[in-house]
Design a protein around this ligand. Structure first.
Ligand code: ADP
Length: 180
């Protein structure tokens, strides 16, 4: 139930798209700016009422002019050197967004590569955390949800595919060794 696609996340007709927001939830550049532009000014109005969001947490709004019904806003960590809790915080972004999506009965959810733009997270590490957190969540909860990882260019898409293949082969290795 994990799909990797190359697209502009604002064009997707899914139950929820995830916004790599900042802690003010008042809009910004990158994917955040694109989502606010496509959703229209009512999104900012609803975000204002939320009074911000902590890094790693997630809050939900309607999608307004977007094809998606909901937007889940989650501020990713700003990357320093990886030893300041960034991996855990980034994993929390994915997990908390998935929990919120499930609470709102979403069956399809699309993530951008959180923190891997202006926030400077190395793409390979960010992709590994994204895919392994989603993989573990879906396996543990048996959630009936399709999760799209939306890459903004072909290089990122290829990287995501390699990382996912590695995660799957590690899983099947560990299943094999458990059988032995
Ligand atoms: P952050 O501040 O969390 O680093 P950014 O918006 O700067 O967030 O970037 C996060 C990722 O989203 C980057 O990989 C960037 O290329 C990608 N991105 C930017 N715009 C879009 C879009 N419209 N659809 C999908 N992904 C996007």
């Amino acid at each position: 139930n994990i799909k990797i696609i190359c697209a502009d996340i604002t064009t997707l007709k899914v139950d929820a798209i995830v916004n790599a927001a900042n802690t003010t939830l008042l809009g910004g550049g990158g994917v955040d700016g694109a989502i606010h532009r496509a959703a229209g000014p009512e999104l900012l109005e609803e975000c204002r009422a939320l009074k911000g969001c902590k890094t790693g947490q997630a809050k939900i709004t309607r999608g307004y002019q977007l094809p998606a019904e909901y937007v889940i806003h989650t501020p990713g960590p700003i990357y320093q050197d990886g030893t300041h809790g960034e991996p855990e915080l980034l994993a929390h972004c994915y997990r908390n967004s998935l929990i919120l999506a499930r609470d709102f009965h979403c069956k399809t959810i699309a993530f951008p590569c959180i923190s891997a733009g202006v926030y400077g997270y190395p793409m390979q590490d960010a992709a590994t955390i994204a895919l392994s957190t989603v993989y573990t969540y879906l396996a543990d909860t048996k959630a009936n949800m399709i999760v799209y990882h939306v890459c903004f260019n072909k290089e990122t898409e290829a990287l995501y595919r390699t990382v996912l293949a590695n995660i799957m082969s590690k899983q099947s290795d560990s299943k094999q060794s458990r059988k032995c």
